[in-house]
Design a protein around this ligand. Sequence first.
Ligand code: NAD
Length: 481
Amino acid sequence: MTRSKLYIDGQWVEAKSGKKRDIINPYDASVITTVAEGGREDAIAAIKAARNAFDNGGWPQTPATERARLLFKLADLIERDQEELARLESLDTGKTLEESRWDMADIAGIFRYFAGLADKDAGEVIASPNPSSSSTLVREPVGVCGQISPWNYPLLQASWKMAPALAAGCTIVMKPSEITPLTTLKVTELAEEVGFPRGVVNTVLGIGSEVGAELAENTDVDLVSFTGGISTGKTIMRAAAENVKKVALELGGKNPNIIFDDADFDLAVDYALNGVFFHAGQICSAGARIMVQDGIHDKFVEALKCRMEKIVIGNGFDDKTQMGPLISAQHLKKVQRYMDIAQDDGAKLILGGTTPTDPTLKDGFFFMPTLFVDCTNDMKIVQEEVFGPVITVERFSTEEEVVKRANSTIYGLSAGFWTKDPDRIKRVSSALRFGTIWANDFNVYFVQAPWGGYKQSGLGRELGKAGLEEYTEVKHIYQNH
Ligand code: NAD
C-alpha cells in the first residue's frame, strides 16, 4: 500500500486538522485504507510551497532538457511499478485489472510524450513592421497550477495534467478526487524518488469544497486545470474569475454513436458495446446515446440486447469479469434515479434497470447493463450524463435529421458514426459539433491528439502540443536595433 499523507514542500505531512478519510472498495464496500483529509489550510501551505518553488526555486529556469530528464525517469518508475499501480487503481475504482493495466501503460507514455516535447519549442521569429527591429515569440510557464482530477480515471486524468505542467516549467498542487486518491499518492512517491526540486510537486488530499475551492480561489494560483462535472466546472470558473485565473476545463459528455444502414454491422455492434461498458459506463466519452437508422434498427437493438445479457459482472480482479461496479453507493443511487425518470419520459426499458440478483455482489455498488429503446431527443435520459452502464437507443431516418439531433445537446465532447460511404464520412465529420469525431471507431484517444470539448464540455485542450501550450504564456520580445 502507498503513503496516506499529504505531500507539501517535499515533506509527507498529516492534515493540519488531523482529519482522516476511509477509502472504500466499490466491489464490496470494505475499507481499503485510511488517508489524511486535508482542508483549506493545507491547500494554502501547498500553494505557498509551489509559489516559492516557482518564484525562487529556479524550476522555470531549469533547462528544458533537465526537466525532460526527470520526466523520462518518472515514466520509467511508473513502468517499473505498473502492476502495483494497476492493482491499486482497480482496488480503488472497481474497474477490471485489464483496464487498469491499459491505463498504466498509457500513463508512462504520456509522461514520455511531454518529456519529449519539453525541449522542442525554441520560440519563433516573426516579421516586424520596422526593418531596424526584431520580434521574437517565446513561451514561458504560466506559473503555479492547481490541478483537480475526478474519480473515474484517477491516475490517467492526473497524468494528463501533471506531465505537461511539469514539462512546461510550472509548479503544481495536485488534488485527486477524495474517493480515489491511491494511485496519485503512489505517483507522488515516485516523483519524490525521481528527485523533483522541493515544492515543484505537491499533492493535497481533501474534498472539493475545501481543497479544490481553495485552488480555484487563491490568487497565488495562476491556472486551475479541472476535470469533472459541468456544475463543478462552472463553480470553479466563477471562483477563478476573481483574479482572472486561467482555467482549463474538461467536463462531461453525452456522446452520440450513430449507426447508418450501410455500417459494418458486426463491428458497429462490437464498438457500440465497448463504447459504453468500459468502467461500467463511467467515462466522459461513453457512447451511451446510440442512434440507429430505420433499416437496421430492430436487428441492431436485438444484437445489442443479446450481447449485453452475456456481460460478466463481478470482481475486477477476476479474469472472467468484463464489468465492475459503480464507484460509490451515492453514484449508484444517482444511476437508479434515472430509471424512473426515463420511464416517466416514455423510454421503454428492455434490459436491466436494476442491481444484480447474484448474492455474492450484494455489498458492492453494481448495476446491471441497461437498455432503453423508443428514446427521443427531449428525454432527460438522452440529454443528461448518466455515467453508468445504460444505453438509450433512438431511431432515425435521414442523415440530415440525425446530425441535427446529435448536435442538439449542451455537450460537445465526442461523437462517433458508422458508414461505408466516404462522402458521408466527410459530410458528417464536418457537421458534428464535438471536439473528437470517430468515423467507424469509438473511444480511441492517444497522447499525440488534443482532447477537449466544444460547447459546455469544456475549455481548452489536454494532450498533444495544445496540452503543453495550455501551461504556457506567449511573450513577444521586440527589440529596436
Ligand atoms: P466532480 O465534478 O464531482 O469532481 C471532480 C473533482 O472536483 C474532484 O476532485 C472533486 O473533489 C472536485 N470538486 C468538487 N467540488 C469542487 C469545488 N467546489 N471546487 C473545486 N473542486 C471541486 O466530478 P466526478 O464525479 O469526480 O467525475 C465525473 C465527471 O467528470 C463526469 O461528468 C465526467 O464526464 C467528467 N470527466 C470528464 C473528462 C473529460 O476528459 N472531459 C474525463 C473524465 C471525467
